[in-house]
Design a protein around this ligand. Sequence first.
Ligand code: FMN
Length: 186
Amino acid sequence: MKILCLNGSPRKKGNTAKIAERFCETAEILGNKVKIVALRKLKYQGCIACGACKKKSEKCVLKDDLSDILKKMDKYDVVVFGSPVYYGDLCSQMKAFIDRTYSYLTSDYKSRLTPGKTLVMILPQGDTDEKHFADIFPRYFEFFKWYGFKDGYSIRACGADEKDGKTMEKALKEAEELAAKISMAK
Ligand SMILES: Cc1cc2nc3c(=O)[nH]c(=O)nc-3n(C[C@H](O)[C@H](O)[C@H](O)COP(=O)(O)O)c2cc1C
């Protein structure tokens, strides 16, 4: 299986990176091919609503560091999005990437992607209450189902910054278990 992992966190060694790395390491050990991309290293903008991807082009016409990733995403079976929760949503780095995936829809809003992919979202947050921001994953998964994604999973770490490290320990274990589950399913 081929796995693409995009980390939207601006923190190189932050909670998102730790969970994403654990997921990817486990998946690699289990024989999958994994590519990790740190969005913080790239220069890009969000969708400019030019409409070119609905009229004259089958892909996003903006030329920046996302062009190559957007072009290649269809080659992957599993797509992992890592984002810290910022103001009750994804961080802007990840949101801008997702807005650019608008180019995966044709003029009649059908998906240009190969169906059957799996989405994983890694979502650490400062707040310890799991009820807070529980809407993020289902809200975005709806859009990815529209793109033809089949399965979707989230790894949340509610209270990821707590000093005792228990929340992160649990999330890292979940990352290992989910990587194993997805590897066995395919
Ligand atoms: C700009 C900003 C906004 C944030 N907004 C929220 C929020 O709405 N809810 C929350 O629980 N945590 C919030 N946090 C805390 C982060 O989600 C938390 O520290 C997370 O573990 C950071 O992940 P990282 O280490 O991968 O960057 C915010 C942090 C920043 C810097």
